[in-house]
Design a protein around this ligand. Structure first.
Ligand SMILES: Cc1ncc(C[n+]2csc(CCOP(=O)(O)OP(=O)(O)O)c2C)c(N)n1
Ligand SMILES: [Mg+2]
Length: 319
């Protein structure tokens, strides 16, 4: 493994930051500071951090409406992200995009996308542009299990394969598409099996193991960067909260949620760092204190930020 203690602590801090960020979002949503839809990635932080830790800042990323974690891990400033959620002019999209439209080209974030499966063709286009320009950038696209039956998604996989595009298709299989179990939507055990039909190598990984996710992604990134073409990664994960705020979760059992919660990487990973990697309890506590201080700053910045002015309403739009 080429991760040292510092890397692992950094990964833990990012996971914790994402969790605290999302918990704060839920609080802001409930008191009316955040409007519209909000789809927290609580429980899925390990996929964002394990995968994005294998990327360079100039690599491209597209993700879904559940993409806060990936956006932050790719380098989006959490202050700008929170300001965006609160509709403030200091937000990454000047307060006009909201939760489902985080974008920051400076860190390769080509956008979250509210349309299921729509990020894949965009990411293939970005990968193709890097290939045509002779730049060794790779592209990664995150999508849910619900995206694999979308036509545009199949087209994206096929074009990536025939063009040998430098891209990683990263499936967060959290077992549900909104309220529908994946088992009711496909007749195969692992979604990674789909990739073989396109001639794309694929792997299924434990989505609650940040180290395994990093290693799988790094192998895929190395392949893509060295001209070896696309890879499909399926991470078996779980959201520990509803699909969106207000979801009463009648489609799954409390026992199933409890089983996954017992493995929650936010608690399991720091314990593993202590048990297996020689990290001290004091180092874990220092990391936690750092994240709390950062979050306090994020909240203060967002709440103190100004609203966009009314005359900005028609700016930055196509028509
Ligand atoms: C093209 C399209 N069809 C339907 C929807 C409505 N919709 C929003 S989220 C969602 C579920 C997607 O599930 P999945 O891809 O597994 O992602 P998850 O929410 O589990 O992260 C659906 C069907 C949509 N946004 N876009
Ligand atoms: Mg899903």
């Amino acid at each position: 493994m080429n991760l040292d203690k510092r890397d692992l602590l950094q990964m833990y801090k990012m996971m914790l930051l994402i969790r605290r960020f999302e918990e704060q979002c839920v609080e802001f949503y409930k008191n009316g500071e955040i409007r519209g839809s909000l789809h927290p990635c609580i429980g899925q932080e390990a996929t964002a951090v394990g995968a994005c830790y294998a990327l360079r800042k100039d690599d491209y990323l597209t993700c879904t409406y559940r993409g806060h974690g990936q956006a932050l891990d790719k380098g989006l400033d959490p202050k700008e992200a929170m300001a965006e959620l609160l509709g403030r002019s200091t937000g990454c999209s000047k307060g006009k995009g909201g939760s489902m439209h985080f974008t920051d080209p400076d860190v390769g974030l080509l956008g979250e996308n509210a349309i299921v499966g729509a990020g894949a063709p965009i990411a293939v286009g970005a990968a193709l542009s890097a290939q045509l320009d002779g730049i060794d950038r790779v592209s990664i696209t995150f999508f849910g299990d619900g995206a694999v039956n979308q036509g545009a998604f199949a087209e994206a996989l096929n074009l990536a394969a025939v063009w040998n595009a430098p891209i990683i298709f990263f499936c967060e299989n959290n077992l549900y598409s909104e309220m529908t179990p994946i088992a009711d939507m496909v007749n195969i055990e692992q979604l990674a099996d789909r990739a073989a039909g396109f001639g794309i190598p694929a792997v299924t990984v434990d989505g609650y193991d940040p180290v395994a996710l990093y290693e799988a992604t790094l192998a895929a990134v190395d392949r893509a960067r060295s001209g070896g073409g696309p890879t499909f990664i399926e991470a078996m994960t779980y959201r520990l909260v509803g699909h969106m705020i207000g979801d009463t979760e009648p489609y799954r059992t409390q026992e199933e949620v409890a089983e996954w919660r017992a493995r929650d990487p936010i608690h399991a990973f720091p314990q593993r760092l202590v048990d297996e990697f020689g990290v001290s309890q004091a180092e874990i506590e220092a990391a936690q204190a750092e994240v709390e201080a950062q979050m306090a700053e994020v909240v203060r910045f967002a709440l103190d930020s100004p609203w966009p002015s009314a005359d900005e309403i028609a700016q930055d739009i196509f028509a």
